[in-house]
Design a protein around this ligand. Structure first.
Ligand code: GLV
Length: 326
């Protein structure tokens, strides 16, 4: 029987995944309930075959170089902007992600934020807890209508499409911008209309972001784009923080350039742009997009499977740099 591969895991994962990893590998794991720093990751990868890491770990060329036996970098996330994929490709190291399994869960989170921001749920919750509520009032915490409103989707991939499907129940008109336009059949099936990004921003009551983070999408939404939006509009971000210029967003929310925001991700997590903490019209979640027990377990098992396959020298199922096999 072949020796079990050595895997380094940068943070504890759900129990089912831990059982798989403990059974099928010689596992070294971050013993702390915190992020590892770069040196700790370097020390961790030195003698292992596989690295199983998180979106909060920045995996650069120096780390890859330290892992001289590394046969795979498996990310526990669908996004992989935290990994220097070009450097891994140069070193012929497969990089993997966890697509598909978190699509619905993340779309649900976008909707949770959309509804909470539109109907001022978090603000209302904070108010009730002050014990100052005197009872129902005709003008209390009036929000915006979701039913019948226009939803703008920026980035119509798997998660964007799942958000659109949920919008049907709210009789929304859906417009979208995507780097490549969908086919007329796909647009028809989803019930969406394509528009240029500025147009989507101008016409939407709710704008939900679903692009991957890369050089082209960093600060895709800045002061100029926010200024195009309706003063009542609400922006939702469950993608990656740097897609929005957070300083510009805080100004826009403070000045009433837009109405509200529902955010799950931030430009410099876990730090927020200071003004954001004090804004009543921002609903702030701590990056919970994929955080259900079922989904995190599926992501963990998928990442483990990718990692184990890479360690065995097989082509891992969810490869993001297939060019290494060309
Ligand atoms: C979560 O943010 C992910 O990319 O999986």
């Amino acid at each position: 029987m072949a020796a079990k591969p050595k895997i380094f895991l940068t943070r504890e994962l759900p129990p089912e995944t831990m059982a798989i990893l403990r059974d099928q590998s010689v596992l070294t794991m971050n013993p702390h309930d915190r992020y590892l720093d770069k040196q700790e990751i370097i020390d961790g990868v030195r003698k292992v075959d596989g690295l199983l890491c998180l979106l909060t770990d920045t995996i650069d060329d120096e780390i890859l170089a330290a892992g001289s036996n590394l046969k795979v970098v498996a990310n526990f996330a669908v996004g992989f902007n935290n990994i220097d994929v070009s450097a891994a490709t140069r070193r012929k190291i497969p990089v993997t992600n966890t697509p598909g399994v978190l699509t619905d869960t993340t779309a649900d989170m976008a909707w949770a934020l959309l509804l909470a921001a539109a109907r001022r749920v978090a603000e209302g919750d904070r108010f009730v807890r002050t014990r100052a509520w005197q009872g129902w009032g005709p003008l209390q915490y009036m929000g915006g209508d979701v039913t019948g409103a226009t939803l703008g989707i920026i980035g119509l991939g798997r998660i964007g499409q799942a958000v659109v499907r949920r919008a049907r129940g709210f009789d929304m008109k859906v417009i979208y911008w995507n780097r490549t336009r969908l086919s007329p059949e796909q647009e028809n099936e989803l019930g969406v209309a394509y528009a240029e990004m500025d147009e989507v921003l101008r016409r939407s009551d709710f704008v939900s972001l679903h692009v991957a983070l890369n050089d082209e999408t960093t600060h895709l939404i800045g002061a100029q784009q926010l200024a195009l939006m309706k003063p009542t509009a609400c922006i939702i971000n469950t993608a990656r923080g740097p897609v929005i210029d957070e300083k510009a967003l805080v100004s826009a929310l403070q000045e009433g350039t837009i109405g509200a925001a529902g955010l799950d991700v931030y430009e410099h997590e876990p730090e927020l742009e200071p003004g954001l903490y004090d804004l009543e019209n921002a609903v702030l979640a701590p990056h919970l997009g994929s955080a259900t027990i079922g989904t995190r377990t599926k992501m963990g098992n998928m990442a483990a499977e990718n990692c184990l396959a890479g360690c065995r020298g097989e082509r891992p199922p969810n490869l993001v740099n297939p060019e290494i096999y060309e």
